[in-house]
Design a protein around this ligand. Structure first.
Ligand code: RIB
Length: 298
């Protein structure tokens, strides 16, 4: 099964500090590290770790960060041959503070802002050979819309992780096969203020909502609400946990897991990813996820 990710590649500049600083405050941190990141690249990397046939589509600059990010995907077995290196723009970066078992992230898109519909047209022949296309919202929205249109015509399912959150055109929402917001993003996307279960039912089979420490939830096609608890974890860094969840969910759904199994699989993968520093270092292999699930069952 070929899974394509169309999205961002960032170099994460991660500071650890005793706590998240308040607005206007200066505090002393503990360490600064550079980790490969970007929601798109993280999801592609997680797919590679799970053993999926994954390909990355996006843009970086012709700088050291861009080269490192492409090499890093290669090492995880991800086909990054279609990632474009642009001469006149810098590779995207993310400034991340890790503290209090949580994080804050500011992304400077750089080359990610140049992932245009024209770029997509230049890679469309290969992209349209995918069995599933995954996207996030760290690239221009008109590109996400364009990819969804192409996929709709070609009959290719699309998983959209709508982060960072923004309002989306109703036509785009209608073209998405699986949509994976957190609870706040879901409320914003659907302008929904009532019970989550009502929204899950209205978007049955499509909407998967991540609930942080409470796991994840969706309604299956028959209208049964499925809530799966988060897997226990020794949390070091939550950066990339959502990306791991999305990749593992896609992997499980496309291999035919039922929604209950797919959510449990994705929760376990996401939990494992939080146990190391950096978005990608803790992303698990298929065996590691299976072992974690077996351990939870016993
Ligand atoms: O989801 C985590 C990612 O968000 C980080 O790797 C950072 O690059 C931002 O894109």
């Amino acid at each position: 099964m070929k899974i394509a990710v169309v999205g961002s590649l960032n170099m994460d500049m991660t500071v650890t500090s005793p706590r998240i600083p308040h607005k206007g405050e200066t505090i002393l941190g503990d360490s600064l590290s550079f980790f490969p990141g970007g929601k798109g690249a993280n999801q592609a990397y997680a797919l590679g770790r799970l053993g999926a046939q994954a390909a990355m589509y996006g843009c970086v600059g012709q700088d050291d960060f861009g080269r490192q990010l492409i090499d890093n995907l290669d090492q995880a077995g991800v086909d990054a041959s279609q990632v474009k290196r642009l001469p006149d723009v810098k590779t995207g970066v993310a400034l991340i503070t890790v503290a209090e078992k949580d994080n804050t992230i500011v992304v400077v898109p750089g080359a990610n802002a140049r992932v245009s519909p024209a770029y997509i047209d230049s890679v469309a022949d290969r992209l349209m050979q995918s069995d599933l296309v995954m996207m996030q919202l760290e690239i221009p929205l008109d590109t996400v819309v364009h990819v969804a249109e192409l996929c709709a015509v070609a009959g290719i399912p699309v998983l959209l992780n709508p982060a960072p959150a923004q309002l989306l055109p109703p036509r785009l929402l209608g073209q998405i096969t699986w949509l994976t917001p957190n609870e706040h993003e879901a409320a914003l996307l659907f302008r929904h203020q009532g019970l989550l279960d009502d929204l899950l039912l209205a978007q049955r089979g499509k909407l998967v909502v991540t609930l942080g420490k409470n796991g994840s939830a969706m309604a299956d096609d028959s209208g049964r609400i499925i809530r799966t608890p988060a897997s226990p974890a020794q949390v070091v860094d939550t950066t990339g946990a959502g990306d791991t969840f999305n990749a593992a969910l896609a992997f499980a759904l496309i291999r035919g897991d039922d929604p209950d199994q797919a959510l449990r699989f994705a929760n376990a993968a996401a939990a494992l990813s939080t146990e190391k520093m950096g978005a990608q270092a803790g992303m698990p292999t298929l065996d590691e996820v299976r072992q974690r699930l077996d351990g939870q069952a016993s």
